[in-house]
Structures are given as structure tokens and as C-alpha cells.
Write a protein that binds this ligand. Structure first.
Ligand code: PRP
Ligand code: MG
Length: 180
């Protein structure tokens, strides 16, 4: 890729006190608005997903769609959307989970999961790991093998990567923001 992960990190905007006082929000809007930045982000993620041997990518609505589908297309493998509730037109499989700021629910179309498929999770950011853990549990329940998860940003202070590793899921991120 033309840009290093350190150069990509410089394209992420930090917004203080959003969505609550004291929170430093790491915003990918500026990263994806930059053409070379977006291209290099996808290239870095795709290289890692390919090396993991995954044969499908799952991305979590909404920001995981931005990166997950682009990575899957680049590798010529399928993309599975992990959706917020009430969006899919079929009988879904769902899971309720706690989010960094509240609670939510995720749903998939179990028919999109080939039994034994090796599905890599892709999302923009891992904080508490609630979203990724819930997604992994859902995909596993639907018959997938989930052993790798890839993020643009890791917030290690919030413990999400450790939580995923405890579920035997390897975690890889292009950058982390630690200690603030
Ligand atoms: C954000 C982010 C990750 C998740 C990380 O999604 O995009 O998916 O939180 O937090 P966690 O590790 O504590 O679960 P969010 O649902 O807030 O919004 P989005 O629809 O913009 O992706
Ligand atoms: Mg999200």
C-alpha cells in the first residue's frame, strides 16, 4: 500500500467530548474522505484478511460496511452484512448486546452462511468488543468458523481485543489509540 499505517493514523480525526464529555471520539470520516487514505486502508485490511484464509467477510452495520464490502470485493470473496434489527426481509438469527454507549441488537440472514464457511469479521473500530463478540457468536451459531477479526482502529484501554481473544478469535488492527 502507498501509505503506511502510521500515515493512515494521521488521517483519523479526534473529536473531543463526543458523544459524551471526556470521550475522545476517533472519527474515520476524514480518513475515508481521502482517496489514497481509503485505498491504502482497504489494501492493508485485504492483505491481512487474505493471509487469514477467510473465504467470506462479515461487516457490522454501519461503519463495518464501508470497509468490509470493499475488502471482500478486492479479494473476490463474498460479503455478509451483520445488520441492525428489522432490516432483513427474511427470518433472521439475532443477538442482543451491550454497546459502549447503550444497547443494541444485530441480525443476520442465516441462509447466507454456508456451513463451515471461514468468515472474517471487519469493522472500523473495536472498543469494548461488544459488537464484534456478538457478531462472532451469531455467525458461529449459524454454522460459520470465526477465528479472525480485523479493525482499522483498536482502543486497547477498553479491552475489546482481549475479550475477542478469550473467544479464540485473533485480533488485528491497523492502528491503536492508547492512554487517552
Ligand atoms: C461503533 C463502531 C463499532 C462499535 C465498537 O458502532 O463502528 O462497530 O461501535 O464498539 P464496541 O467494541 O464497544 O462494540 P456503532 O454501532 O456505534 O455505530 P455505526 O452504526 O456508526 O457503526
Ligand atoms: Mg459500528
Amino acid at each position: 500500500p502507498a501509505l503506511s499505517c502510521a500515515e493512515l493514523k494521521a488521517l483519523v480525526r479526534t473529536v473531543p467530548d463526543f458523544p459524551a464529555p471526556g470521550i475522545q471520539f476517533r472519527d474515520i470520516t476524514t480518513l475515508i474522505a481521502d482517496g489514497p487514505g481509503l485505498a491504502a486502508t482497504i489494501a492493508h485490511l485485504a492483505g491481512r484478511v487474505e493471509a487469514s484464509g477467510a473465504d467470506m467477510v462479515a461487516g457490522m452495520e454501519a461503519r463495518g460496511f464501508i470497509f468490509g464490502a470493499a475488502v471482500a470485493a478486492r479479494l473476490g470473496i463474498g460479503f455478509l452484512p451483520v445488520r441492525k434489527p428489522g432490516k432483513l426481509p427474511v427470518e433472521t438469527m439475532g443477538v442482543d448486546y451491550a454497546l459502549e454507549y447503550g444497547a443494541d441488537r444485530l441480525e443476520i440472514d442465516p441462509g447466507a452462511v454456508r456451513d463451515g464457511a471461514r468468515i472474517a469479521l471487519v469493522d472500523d473500530l473495536i472498543a469494548t468488543g461488544g459488537t464484534a463478540c456478538a457478531s462472532a457468536a451469531l455467525l458461529r451459531k449459524a454454522g460459520a468458523v470465526v477465528d479472525h477479526a480485523f479493525f482499522v482502529i483498536d482502543l486497547p484501554d477498553l479491552g475489546g481485543a482481549q475479550r475477542l481473544r478469550a473467544e479464540d478469535i485473533g485480533v488485528d488492527a491497523l492502528m491503536d489509540f492508547e492512554g487517552d
